[in-house]
Design a protein around this ligand. Structure first.
Ligand SMILES: CC(C)(COP(=O)(O)OP(=O)(O)OC[C@H]1O[C@@H](n2cnc3c(N)ncnc32)[C@H](O)[C@@H]1OP(=O)(O)O)[C@@H](O)C(=O)NCCC(=O)NCCS
Length: 172
C-alpha cells in the first residue's frame, strides 16, 4: 500500500538521494521533465536543493510516495502562483513515479492528494503541461484535465529534437 507524505525541509533533505535517483530514472527513461539524459548527480542534486529552498519559503509543496519498505517511489509538486491576481491558481509539476513501480496507481494517488490539498488551500484552477503523446496525457485526461493547447517545439529532448507540449487545465 503506497503512503503519500508532504515533505518539509527536513524530510525532503533526508530523502534527497532518493529524489535525485527518481529524477535521474525519469530522465533516463525519456521523460520530458526539464532535464536531458544523462543527468549528472551534481545537476540533479542542485535542482533538488533549489526545490528544498522553495519548500522552506512556502513557494512550493512537494509530496512523495513511499512503498511498504519506506522506499521513495514517486513525487509531485504544486507551485501556487505568486501574483496578487493569481492567488486561486497553481501549477502542477514534476509528477514522477520510479520506473519499476509504474502502473500501480501511484501517479494517480499523488495527483489525488495534490488536488485535495489544493482545494483546501482555496485553489480553483490547476495548470500543467506534458509532452504531446506522453502516457501521462491519459492519466491527466482520466482526471478530467482539459487540453487547451499545443505548443510546437516547446522542449528539447535527449535526442536533440524538439518536442511539442500539451497544456492542460482543471477547475477544481
Ligand atoms: C506519468 C507517470 C507519472 C504515471 O505514473 P503511474 O504511477 O505509472 O500512473 P498510474 O499507475 O497511477 O496510472 C493511472 C492511469 O494513467 C494511465 N497511464 C499511466 N501510465 C500509462 C502508460 N504508460 N500508458 C498508458 N496509460 C497510462 C492509465 O490509464 C492508468 O490507469 P491503469 O493503469 O488502470 O490503466 C509515470 O509514467 C512517470 O513517472 N513518467 C515519467 C515522468 C513523466 O513523464 N511525468 C509526466 C510529465 S510531467
Amino acid at each position: 500500500m503506497v503512503k503519500i507524505l508532504k515533505l518539509d525541509m527536513i524530510s525532503a533533505a533526508k530523502n534527497s538521494d532518493s529524489l535525485v535517483k527518481l529524477l535521474q530514472d525519469s530522465v533516463k527513461n525519456g521523460a520530458s521533465v526539464s532535464f536531458l539524459n544523462p543527468l549528472s548527480d551534481s545537476a540533479a542534486e542542485s535542482y533538488w536543493r533549489e526545490v528544498f529552498a522553495e519548500i522552506n519559503s512556502a513557494q512550493i509543496i512537494v509530496w512523495a510516495a513511499f512503498d511498504d519498505d519506506d522506499n521513495l517511489v514517486g513525487s509531485v509538486q504544486l507551485a501556487p502562483a505568486k501574483m496578487q491576481n493569481a492567488k486561486h491558481r497553481a501549477m502542477v509539476q514534476k509528477l514522477m513515479v520510479i520506473s519499476n513501480h509504474r502502473r500501480e496507481g501511484i501517479g494517480s494517488a499523488l495527483m489525488d492528494t495534490l488536488e485535495l490539498e489544493a482545494k483546501k488551500l482555496g485553489k480553483k484552477l490547476l495548470i500543467l503541461d506534458t509532452r504531446l503523446g506522453d502516457p501521462s496525457e491519459t492519466l491527466y485526461e482520466q482526471k478530467d484535465y482539459i487540453k487547451f493547447g499545443i505548443v510546437p517545439g516547446y522542449a528539447l529532448n535527449s535526442s536533440n529534437d524538439l518536442d511539442d507540449m500539451a497544456f492542460y487545465f482543471k477547475i477544481i
